[in-house]
Write a protein of this length. Structure first.
Length: 44
């Protein structure tokens, strides 16, 4: 089980980076994904 939220330890923050890093870690360990996904606006 992975906890991937804005309040993931080491401490809560308004930026949510700790949850982002937890999600990237889960993708890396479970699925072998090494590049961070692009989450910006769709490019045409």
């Amino acid at each position: 089980m992975y906890l991937c939220s804005a309040s993931t330890p080491p401490g809560p923050g308004v930026h949510g980076v700790s949850g982002w890093r937890a999600a990237i870690s889960a993708l890396r360990h479970e699925y072998g994904i090494t590049r961070e996904p692009y989450l910006g606006p769709r490019r045409e």
